[in-house]
Design a protein around this ligand. Structure first.
Ligand code: NAD
Length: 692
């Protein structure tokens, strides 16, 4: 049997190395190995024990696959009990990461040392629950109120910061194991007060200050339950004896871990790993080396894509049509970075490093000849794109991949303008491209696996979450949201105002409601698409006809003040009421559930069609797209998760009802939903994957 904890010696200091690659999660065998190791070391008269991680980090925490299953002994608290009884002091030596249960294990040691770059955190809140092994009680006892932010945000701190805060006793640069052994030997005779017994940081805490800090943190997590649970547990650390606080933590943990939000967060957590597995891609496909990226077009998207590359150490050149356009494009990137420097989130040195990686050129052929990969981000026009791809094909070295950032156009038709269609694919970024994590990688009919593997590799390197999908109008995300438009129009005519729909969807947890999002993106864009396609949207068209294009013109579905605060506009209400009268639609009160249903159902039906057609591999791919590119809260799990929770029979029934009542063909339940509903199935229960 593999050994999950290796036991080594350095004189009278014993070393327990957690060896459960890749993340050193605390599976049963690791817990048992630690328990045995502590007992054995004490038996052999060790003066100190160093617990360290093999490989890339200390420990990534609990084994998520053990969740929801009966826990095998020993439990972590049993290990902690043994640590407390240990005569030898126990020192955690942290490199890489100590997360969740991993950090809790370290907090239960007598002392901790860390490498400067290590990441220490309690990310449980992001999985929908609270730390479950004393983290909410020990961390405040070590560092006081600072613990609240770490636990409620779930964001890790570096080893250096942990040293300043007092989470670790020493920061060790260089060989950590050696340094930790030396440190442990030097301090073996010291008297340590374990975190559990410390009171100096919690005594006398001003609880009004605590509540104010908690309120500010909770304001960022609208609709989510786990941050509130974290606050309750940390509050107990300041107001209750250790064991009572532990009980509060336990109750919060048990209540939350069974809940729907935590289920949704785990669904997305595992989903984000699952989408990296591409069914059918041969295992031996290797991505091409890319050391130089060229982005054609330095507008909104091109600039953001270039910034993403430079932010992650990849050299990039923006190509523009004129010096003026190029200067403007580069200046926008600089201004964006400068704002981050001004806010203190980026150092001047790091800014300069990034800026040096970004260059610009108006020599199309010359710049493209230097590219290992090209991403085109010019106007959304097929003729323009084909002309550019024909030029790219001539200017780029043979074998270089040419990708388009198109949001709607046919990638195969774009590829047909080249002599290398196997090296063409879509790389569809989302706005703002330097911020949004999602990257839809569009596999054209002829795109080779090497092309897809290379696009995925570059996407990953520049901080994106790749989802590979098939070629169709709008690909996955935009195609689905496009089908929501008609229902939103109908809701407005039948009785809602923009603020009603946005209030309900933001209450559900969306970062921004659909109408406010339209105002942000620009209503003229949708209007231009409708014009090109010969479709109408009476309300949106009437609003655009008034010159209201959204935030950029100071008015759209809402009006905006100079701080861009959105305000309801009686003029918009008038436009809607007049239109409804003209179209003989009787306005009525529409309840919140109906709003949610009618905004979600078109997404779900289109998502199911996308699965039927093999545009997305799996339902989870769709949910991951929504949670990373469309402001969908991960704690709601995405549209397909929502549908499963409603029950697909209910979904099918409601789709049919609204299809008939609102005369919307988009809502006619598709065959996949009917089939799954008939056999009591779910999207999550679908096995296999589509062929793209
Ligand atoms: P934009 O108008 O802001 O930028 C386009 C830029 O391309 C302009 O600066 C223009 O000067 C430059 N350009 C035009 N022809 C060129 C050429 N021959 N050589 C070099 N540069 C040239 O447009 P955008 O919003 O950045 O959109 C670009 C592409 O990205 C479009 O295909 C669009 O559909 C897609 N997209 C946009 C968004 C979005 O939210 N804006 C999101 C995803 C994808």
């Amino acid at each position: 049997m593999a050994q999950f904890v290796e036991h080594a010696f350095d004189g009278d200091v014993h070393i327990l190395r957690i060896a459960n690659p890749p993340a050193n999660t605390l599976r049963t065998e690791v817990r048992a190995g630690l328990l045995d190791g502590i007992a054995a070391a004490n038996k052999e008269g060790a003066r100190a024990i160093v617990i360290i991680g093999n490989g890339r980090g200390y420990s990534g925490g609990a084994e998520m696959t053990e969740f929801g299953k009966p826990r095998q002994p020993p439990s972590l608290p049993e290990v902690f009990e043994a640590m407390e009884q240990s005569k030898a002091i126990i020192v955690a030596a942290i490199h890489g990461y100590a997360l969740g249960g991993g950090l809790e294990l370290a907090l239960a040691c007598h002392a901790r040392v860390a490498a400067p770059g290590a990441q220490l955190g309690l990310p449980e809140v992001k999985r929908g629950f609270v730390p479950g092994a004393g983290g909410t009680q020990r961390l405040p006892r070590l560092i006081g109120l600072e613990a609240l932010k770490i636990i409620v945000s779930g964001d890790p701190v570096s080893g250096t910061t942990a040293g300043k805060l007092g989470i670790v006793d020493a920061v060790i640069d260089g060989d950590l194991e050696k340094g930790a052994v030396t440190w442990a030997r030097a301090h073996a005779g010291d008297k340590f007060t374990m975190a559990k017994y410390r009171t100096d940081k919690i005594a006398g805490q001003d609880m009004a200050a605590f509540d104010a800090a908690a309120k500010a943190l909770l304001a960022r997590s609208r609709g989510q339950e786990s941050p509130k649970g974290c606050v309750a547990a940390v509050r107990a650390a300041f107001t209750m004896p250790f064991d009572d606080g532990l009980q509060v933590e336990r109750d919060q943990f048990m209540g939350l871990v069974q809940g729907e939000q935590s289920h949704a967060l785990r669904h997305i957590f595992f989903g984000e790993r699952e989408v990296a597995r591409i069914p059918g891609m041969p295992a031996d496909v290797k991505p091409l080396a890319v050391n130089k990226l060229v982005v054609i077009g330095g507008g909104t998207m091109g600039g953001g894509i270039a910034m993403s590359a430079a932010n992650h150490g990849l050299a990039v050149t923006i190509v523009e049509t004129s010096q003026d356009a190029l200067d403007k494009g580069l200046a926008r990137c600089e201004a964006n970075w400068q704002r981050t420097v001004a806010s203190g989130r980026l150092s001047q040195a790091e800014y300069e490093k990034r800026r040096a990686l970004l260059t610009g050129s108006i020599d199309f052929d010359g710049a493209v000849a230097t590219a290992d990969l090209v991403i085109e981000a010019v106007y959304e026009n097929m003729a323009v794109k084909k002309e550019i791809f024909a030029r790219l094909d001539k200017a780029a070295r043979p074998g270089v991949i040419l990708a388009s950032n198109t949001s709607t156009l046919n990638v195969d038709e774009i590829a047909s303008a080249t002599t290398r269609p196997e090296l063409v694919c879509g790389m569809h970024f989302f706005s703002p491209a330097n911020v949004m994590r999602l990257l839809e990688i569009v596999r054209g009919a002829k795109s080779s696996w090497v092309t897809i593997a290379t696009a995925m590799d570059v996407g990953k390197r520049i901080g994106k979450l790749n989802v590979v999908c098939g070629n169709c109008d709008g690909f996955v995300g935009n195609r689905m949201t496009g089908k929501r438009g008609p229902q939103i129009e109908k809701l407005l005519l039948e009785g809602c105002l923009p603020a009603d729909i946005d209030r309900v969807m933001e209450g559900y947890g969306m970062a921004m409601g659909p109408l406010a999002t339209g105002d942000l993106a620009g209503l003229d864009i949708g209007a231009a698409v409708r014009k090109a396609r010969g479709t109408v949207a009476p309300v949106a068209d009437a609003i655009v006809a008034q010159g209201r294009f959204g935030q950029k013109t100071g008015a759209g579905y809402y009006k905006y003040d100079e701080k861009r605060t959105r305000l309801p506009d009686p003029l918009v209400e008038q436009i809607i009421v007049d239109l409804a009268e003209k179209m003989q639609v009787r306005r009525r009160k529409i309840d919140d559930q109906e709003i949610i249903d009618r905004v979600m159902l078109p997404l779900v039906n289109e998502g199911a069609k996308i699965l039927e057609e093999g545009i997305a591999y799996r339902p989870i791919d769709i949910d991951v797209i929504f949670c990373n590119g469309f402001g969908w809260p991960a704690f709601r799990g995405g549209p397909m998760f929502w549908a499963d929770r409603q029950g697909l029979a209910v979904v099918a029934e409601k789709l049919a009802k609204y299809a008939a009542e609102t005369n919307d063909a988009n809502l006619k339940p598709c065959q996949l939903i009917l089939d799954l509903a008939a056999k009591g199935g779910t999207f999550a229960g679908m096995t296999g994957a589509a062929k793209i």
